[in-house]
Design a protein around this ligand. Sequence first.
Ligand code: HEC
Ligand code: HEC
Length: 535
Amino acid sequence: MRRPVEILRRARRAQVCGLPLQMNPRYRNHRGALLLLAVTLSSLAMAGEPQPAGLAAGRTDLTPKDQARVLAVTRPTTDFSRPEPFELMQGGAGTSLKDVNRDAFSQSAANITFEQEATFKPGNALFRKNWVSSPSSTQASDGLGPLFNERACQNCHLKDGRGRPPEAGIGSTSLFLRLARDASNAEERAALTEHKVLNFPDPVYGSQLQDLAVPGLKGEGRMRIAYSEEKVTLGDGTMVSLRRPTYSVEDLAYGPLDLRTRLSPRLTPPMIGLGLIEQIAPADILAHADPEDRDGDGVSGKPNMVRDALSGELTLGRFGWKAQAASIRQQAADAFAGDIGISTPEVPKPWGDCTKAEKDCLAMPNGVQERLGTAEAPSPVIDLVTFYSQNLAVPARRDIDDPDVLAGKKRFYEMGCISCHTPKFVTMRGTPNRAQAFQLIWPYSDFLLHDMGKGLADGQRVGDASGSEWRTPPLWGIGLTGTVNGNSFYLHDGRARTLAEAILWHGGEGQKARDRFAGASAADREALIKFLESL
Ligand code: HEC
Ligand code: HEC
């Protein structure tokens, strides 16, 4: 763990290279010193309010000169003899330099103002709040359900980190099942091509299996997982066992599932750096898309274009395992409705995911209070939770100049991991929250969909994502999974128990990279894992 002085030294050195620095307002205001904690390319020199980037082919927020600088800074490195400038601060100026412990994912971005900190805190409280069923004596705390998976955001996003899948058998909580089917006639196909819907929910159980319900109502059913172990032999003879999950649903309370409904297991992802991801220019993400694989490298990458619920405009999906949500606000509103059964102005459904076929569910009381508006969680609640979700800091890298880590980084590049796990971006200028403007960030994701092969396929279509496509997940912070969550489970359903297992599951477009890893020497594999652990 580097101390601020060291970072200051590095930052100064970087300034010599011609990159201006931004001060951390907290240090500026409260230590009086010019403690230049971190770096941006310069939001200080921001002139006027730029146009929203929309889906323009190039970045509309930059002058040609800045565009050239951004291109130069985000170009993948070829020098692995030492860390790159600013690499330590993988979440830009907001990177948390606090000691690494169980709270490593729960820090606010280091560059938000004290006023913003005063919004973050009640946001945090609401993220942790356990909602109760209606009617209740606790004012403005009710509205849970009637069907739900959990009572609080934090109960799935454990310590703001990832969830854990249940052991084999019956389970729920931080891994749930989405329910949906593909189009089955011309009209439905048209609705999908025109992006009117993402898919078609189960006629009885809706778009998610909620295993819990308020008193007096039955939960929908229970998910069962069975694991089978499969041995894989690596190039040097090492044996690895991978566990393949199979999902089924039992104790269905409202009759059978539609035969066409596909189950898609989703593990809860960590919450860090999401506001920065939201501020990557769409053009920069789309620049990596190559749906027809024109460059013939076997890796395509395609965006999930989704309709914005409010404006009706086509926009770039970037959140969720299938990149199905365009904004953090939308994802939070969907979570309130689908996971907790709370309505918001964005998703005004106090009965959450109850369907017409679930009559008992629709007959339950809800938590709407006229006095507070027409939603169980009125605007201030969703505003605060959204702000919180946008401003959780990415922790600083560790051991970036360790020779093994540098060697592992080289392997990561050479094995082709970066064809999908894009190392760097520079966020847009003129972002609503200045803390996220023009930051050099290192998420290690292209935020695009890739066909990951049969082994990982769930068969469920979500918008432009087919049943075998997944969004490349960001890798920042992944090395702290064990520290934060006390255990580590990776991939969309948490089947991988180690980072090596996660890599060995890569198929389809990821097959070549996986084979390079499987064929590498033990020393090279270990170095690569060490690099991942330093993220
Ligand atoms: C029942 C468990 C559960 C609860 C409760 C829950 N989440 Fe989630 N969350 C998930 C899962 C699973 C995903 C991934 C969803 C997907 O890919 O379909 C997710 C994804 C997200 C994402 C997108 C993250 C990313 O990397 O793309 C955000 C933001 C989020 N949740 C916020 C919230 C907020 C805010 C709340 C509370 C209102 C909440 N969640 C409640 C399980 C949960
Ligand atoms: C073709 C694109 C592609 C390539 C190449 C690729 N990945 Fe991935 N990676 C993905 C996708 C997509 C997922 C999510 C798959 C899922 O959850 O089912 C993923 C998941 C992961 C995860 C688990 C992340 C998490 O949050 O659970 C790790 C670790 C990882 N990749 C590392 C690597 C490494 C190391 C390499 C190179 C050896 C590599 N990947 C190459 C696309 C790719």
